[in-house]
Design a protein around this ligand. Sequence first.
Ligand code: GLV
Length: 328
Amino acid sequence: MEKAKVLVTRAVFPDVIGQLEQYFEVEANQDDRILSPAELAEKVQGKDGIFTTPSERITAEVLAANPSLKAVCNMAVGFNNIDIAAATQAGIMVTNTPDVLNETTADFAWALLLATARRVTESEHWLRAGKWQKWRYDTFLGADVHGATLGVLGMGRIGQAIARRSMGFDMKVIYHNRTRLEPALEARANNAQYVGKEELLRSADHLILALPYSPQVHHIVGAVELAMMKPSATLVNIARGGIVDDAALIVALRAGRLAAAGLDVFENEPAFDPAFLTLSNVVLTPHIASASEPTRRAMANCAAANLIAALTGSNPPNILNPEVLTKG
Ligand code: GLV
């Protein structure tokens, strides 16, 4: 029988390519060239499935370029890069990689929180620049993390993993989410208290964003919301660019309306607003919250398992649009 054909849009662990080659004829991109939407639309032709990453926009046009495409398997928990409505309409399965990255991403949210509140990178840059001449009582005074109020906006699996970690820091946790958690889950998340969005913004000493991106939450943290936050507060975004209005955040940070921010994601990344580089009260990282070796491997294996299932007649474990499975 002829092997199904798949496209892997970006470089990935070579053994994952090997795994896919056991089932498919694979067009890989191990040179990791960024493909334009037009190139993607061309390469998708003749393929049965594609293995994607969050950096490719899988638009309705890309999907329409191949009416016989069956599956798009994203190596990420987020899937806002894929036009899922268009995929569903065309009967194309879409999958993501949930759960395998929860703990690693929560670890990184804490890395950013601690680095931001305690001014770790800012003080290191100062030290490296040879500016450390003497000990002073007020060198790089930051905010305490222990005993403070942690706010979590978006209390899904990653948000809950973030909240659980606050137990060791003796923190009070407040959260806002589309729906309130079951009491048992709130208890596990360090007795997190459900509050309205405004109360969350006003009361958090440290606010972490952990909600998925959708057009409904575009700029959900903008100038108005930032103005509600305590001037001493810190903000951490490990979710997606576009949730925060970056231009408004830059204004707030520059004006001291907010103490500091730790950002792993940006609007239009990797081309983020260069004004961030002029601010000392930000910690900036290149979208690496899930980037531990075991977790990135688990994500790649999960995306491959979804693609193999989708194209060998099984239901992919992480299907996002199960309605396509029942379509005749
Ligand atoms: C990474 O950003 C992901 O969505 O997995």
